[in-house]
Design a protein around this ligand. Structure first.
Ligand code: ASP
Ligand code: MG
Length: 422
C-alpha cells in the first residue's frame, strides 16, 4: 500500500489533472491513498479572500469570483457534460465559502481570525479532491472520496493544528478500511483536519505532513510526492539555473534542509515516516518512470555537495536592554517567552554582551511582538532581507551567493553557514 501526494502545481490546470490517471494506471491492483493539495495558487487566493472579507474590503467579491471562475473553467474542460454532478458539488462548496464570507463581514462575528481562516481556506482542498475524484471515475479508475476532516483529528490551534494521534489512528483505520471494500484507490485532502467542532489546517504546505500521517497509521510501503521537478534538488530552481538532484538523502539531512527552509518537503513530514522507516520518494509527474530522489534511513549515501536555501522576506530584529545591562539568561527567558507567545519562529539568533539579534519571517503577528518587546527593551529592526543557508558549504558557493550583497549577520558551524543579507 502506497501513499501518493500531489501538490498544488500538479493539479494547477486541467492538463495536470489529466496526468493523474496516467500515473495511477501504472499501479493497477494496488491499494493507494492519494492526498491532494488545493489547485495551483488557490490557498494564497483563499487567504486573500479571508483577509479582504475580514477587513470588509470590497475586493473580496472579485477575488471570490476569480477563484470560482478558475475552478469552473478547469471543471468545464474536464467534464463536457454540463449536468455532471461535479458542478453541483463545486457550487455547494462555493456556497459554503460564500456563507463564511458573509459571517466574516457581518456584525455577528464571534470567532477569532485564525478560526475563520481555517473554515475558508480548507475549501481549496475540498474543491481539488472533488475534481480529481470525478475525473478518475470518468477515466474508469474507481476511487472513493474521503473527507480528511473525518480522519485527521486535531486540537484547536487554528492554522497550525496539532494531531491527536490516537483518535486520528482510529478514524483512519475505520474510514479507509470501509472504503477499501469498494475500491483500491482513496482520494482525500492534504492540509486539513477537524477539532470536533470546526475545520482546522496543519500549517501552510501541510499536505506532505498529511500524507506522512496516513503512511504512519497505515504502515505504508512508501510515500511518493509527485512534483514538477525531477526530485530533491540542491537549490530552488526559481533562483538557480544549475541545480543538481540529490538522489539519496537521509531523514536527518532532509529534516535539516527543511528546517532551514528548503521548500520541497514540509519539515513535519519526516518524523512520522522515520518512526516507521517508511521511505519518501520525490518524483516528477512529468517523467513518472524516472528515479527521482529517495529520503530514507541510510545516512551513508548523503551527498556532500553544497545545498543552498534562500528565504526571502526576512526581518532582523536586534534587542538590547535600555539600561545597558547584559542580555543574559533572565532577559533571554523573557524574550523567548514573547516569541513563543506570538508564535514567531526564530530562524537564526546571535547574542553579544548587550544585544540579542534574531532573524524571523515577516509575518502578520510581528508588529504585535515588536510592540511587546519595546515595552521592556530597545528594539531595532531591518526588513526586506534574505536569509541564505548553505549546507556543506565551500568558499566558492559562499562567494557566488553573496556577491554584491551586504552581510548583516553570519553564523557558521562545521556543516552549515547562514547569512542574513541585504
Ligand atoms: N494548499 C496548502 C498550501 O498551499 C497545503 C499544501 O499545498 O501543502 O499551503
Ligand atoms: Mg502547495
Amino acid at each position: 500500500m502506497r501513499i501518493f501526494k500531489f501538490g498544488g502545481a500538479s493539479v494547477k490546470d486541467s492538463e495536470s489533472v489529466r496526468n493523474i490517471p496516467k500515473i495511477l494506471s501504472g499501479y493497477r491492483g494496488e491499494k493507494l491513498v492519494v492526498i491532494i493539495s488545493a489547485m495551483g495558487k488557490t490557498t494564497n487566493a483563499l487567504e486573500a479572500i479571508t483577509r479582504a472579507a475580514y477587513d470588509n474590503d470590497a475586493k473580496a467579491e472579485q477575488l471570490f469570483q476569480n477563484l470560482y471562475d478558475y475552478h469552473m473553467q478547469i471543471a468545464e474542460e474536464l467534464f463536457p457534460d454540463e449536468k455532471h454532478e461535479i458542478f453541483a458539488q463545486l457550487e455547494s462548496l462555493f456556497d459554503d465559502l460564500r456563507s463564511w464570507m458573509e459571517v466574516l463581514a457581518g456584525k455577528e462575528r464571534e470567532l477569532t481570525y485564525d478560526m475563520y481562516y481555517d473554515q475558508m481556506v480548507s475549501v481549496g482542498e475540498l474543491l481539488s479532491t472533488r475534481i480529481v475524484n470525478n475525473h478518475l471515475q470518468e477515466e474508469g479508475i474507481g476511487n472513493t472520496w474521503l473527507d480528511a476532516r473525518e480522519m485527521i483529528i486535531t486540537d484547536n490551534t487554528y492554522r497550525d493544528a496539532l494531531i491527536d494521534w490516537q483518535r486520528t489512528h482510529d478514524k483512519i483505520m475505520e474510514k479507509t478500511g470501509n472504503a477499501w471494500k469498494d475500491s483500491d484507490i482513496i482520494v482525500s485532502q492534504g492540509f486539513i483536519g477537524h477539532d470536533g467542532e470546526y475545520s482546522t489546517t496543519l500549517g501552510r504546505e501541510g499536505s506532505d505532513f498529511s500524507a506522512a500521517i496516513f503512511a504512519n497509521v497505515l504502515d505504508a510501503e512508501e510515500v511518493v510526492v509527485w512534483k514538477d521537478v525531477p526530485g530533491y534538488l540542491n537549490a530552488d530552481p526559481a533562483y538557480f539555473s544549475d541545480t543538481i538532484k540529490l538522489d539519496r538523502i537521509s531523514y536527518t539531512e532532509s529534516i535539516e534542509l527543511a528546517f532551514f527552509g528548503a521548500k520541497i518537503i514540509h519539515p513535519k513530514t519526516i518524523r512520522p515516516l522515520k518512526n516507521k522507516s517508511i521511505p519518501l520518494l520525490v518524483k516528477s509527474f512529468l517523467e513518472p518512470e524516472a528515479d527521482g530522489s529517495i529520503i530514507h534511513e541510510d545516512m551513508s549515501s548523503d551527498s556532500l555537495m553544497p545545498s543552498c536555501i534562500i528565504k526571502q522576506g526576512q526581518v532582523l530584529i536586534s534587542i538590547s536592554s535600555r539600561d545597558f545591562s547584559f542580555i543574559a539568561e533572565t532577559h533571554l527567558h523573557k524574550i523567548f517567552g514573547m516569541f513563543a507567545g506570538h508564535r514567531c519562529r526564530i530562524n537564526l539568533m546571535q547574542n553579544s554582551a548587550i544585544s540579542f539579534s534574531v532573524c524571523v519571517d515577516d509575518i502578520s503577528r510581528l508588529p504585535g511582538l515588536i510592540s511587546e518587546l519595546q515595552k521592556e527593551f530597545s528594539v531595532k529592526y531591518n526588513d526586506g532581507l534574505q536569509l541564505i543557508t548553505i549546507r556543506h558549504y565551500d568558499k566558492e558557493t559562499i562567494n557566488k551567493l553573496t556577491v554584491g550583497k551586504d552581510i548583516l549577520l553570519e553564523q557558521r558551524s562545521r556543516v552549515t553557514v547562514q547569512m542574513v543579507v541585504k
